[in-house]
Design a protein around this ligand. Structure first.
Ligand SMILES: NC(=O)c1ccc[n+]([C@@H]2O[C@H](COP(=O)([O-])OP(=O)(O)OC[C@H]3O[C@@H](n4cnc5c(N)ncnc54)[C@H](O)[C@@H]3O)[C@@H](O)[C@H]2O)c1
Length: 302
């Protein structure tokens, strides 16, 4: 891969997955605007990239509202002349069950992930349409948004919403030659270090030990750098025909997610469906096809 001459913005790139994405994009020649709400983390990331021979500038700010999104695009253009790739990665968690979740916890997560993805993608779309030379919008979802997760009302809403927006934007921006995809990553970062079923593998990685195949294949779990190849691929000319997709990455696993689709359909021709008619058809036609919720993880090896 060679992205020389391309200009990318990565939000939340001071640490974790965002840092890995920014390093990988810079590693194949892209100039990168590194955003983070934490200015010191953004500057440290820029130092890492430039010390490795890459091109990067830091632009601190809290992703959410339009001002930061628009400023990021302006910075890319004033610093590097144009914009080609926008990765909307910044994220926070405020986990708790529905009946304990405060409005503030809900709003904080929705603001950073959902509104932040919307304002950043809109700023990118405006610029890409002005430039007239296509572009890439790469948004970050989560398994939680795809299938739900205990204690993550706010995060599930935001991440499912992001994939919904991605499908819509892929249609709206097709004529402009802009692809829009969602990446569904899993990796050892500050965000996953407290997840109980991942804890042994986070500890193993921290100790420099290799992860067992169960973690790498079944859980799709590894270091943040192992999710970055998909970002570079989607940003490249190789992926010009790929849009509107949700693609999972992590450890040894690369996966294409389905979009929701009707799985069982019955018709009540000419009459429509009364409650009694539904009750009659339900046990034989629908009952055995009810959908699972949450991640269905295979048993770990004994
Ligand atoms: N780690 C995983 O397994 C995993 C799984 C699914 C999805 N994700 C998603 O990947 C993205 C990155 O997560 P991570 O695991 O690297 O988390 P992380 O906590 O390690 O890094 C997130 C970064 O975003 C920054 N940030 C937070 N709010 C911000 C804001 N408003 N504006 C700008 N920067 C902000 C933080 O300072 C931090 O540097 C998130 O969108 C997350 O939801 C991660």
């Amino acid at each position: 891969m060679n992205l020389s001459g391309k200009v990318a913005i990565v939000t939340g790139a001071g640490r974790g997955l965002g840092l890995a994405y920014a390093q990988a994009l810079a590693g194949v020649g892209a100039a990168v605007v590194v955003n983070d709400v934490d200015p010191a983390a953004a500057e440290a990331a820029v130092a890492l990239i430039t010390e490795a021979g890459g091109r990067a500038v830091g632009q601190a700010g809290a992703v959410g509202g339009a001002e930061v999104a628009d400023a990021l695009v302006r910075r890319a253009v004033t610093e590097f002349g144009h914009l080609d790739i926008f990765v909307t990665n910044a994220g926070v968690l405020r986990d708790t069950v529905l009946w304990k979740m405060t409005d503030e916890q809900f709003d904080t997560v929705v603001d950073v992930h959902l509104r932040g993805t919307f304002t950043c993608a809109r700023a990118a779309a405006v610029r890409f349409r002005e430039q007239g030379s296509g572009g890439r919008i790469i948004c970050i979802g989560s398994p939680t948004g795809q299938v739900g997760n205990f204690g993550q009302t706010n995060y599930a809403a935001a991440k499912a919403g992001i994939v919904g927006m991605v499908r819509t934007w892929s249609m709206e921006l097709a004529r402009a030659g802009v692809t829009v995809n969602a990446v569904i990553p899993v990796a050892a970062t500050g965000m996953t270090e407290t997840v109980p079923f991942l804890k042994p593998y986070v500890d193993a990685l921290a100790a420099g030990e290799p992860l067992p195949p169960y973690a790498r294949r079944e859980l799709g779990f590894g270091g943040p750098g192992e999710a970055a190849g998909l970002i570079v691929f989607l940003a490249s000319d190789e992926a010009a025909g790929i849009t509107g997709q949700a693609i999972g990455i992590g450890g040894d696993r690369l996966a294409l997610w389905t979009h929701p689709t009707e799985t069982v359909v019955e018709f009540a021709d000419g009459t429509g469906w009364s409650a009694d008619a539904i009750a009659k058809v339900w046990p034989d036609s629908f009952a055995e096809h009810l959908q699972t919720v949450g991640q269905q993880l295979p048993e770990p090896p004994k």
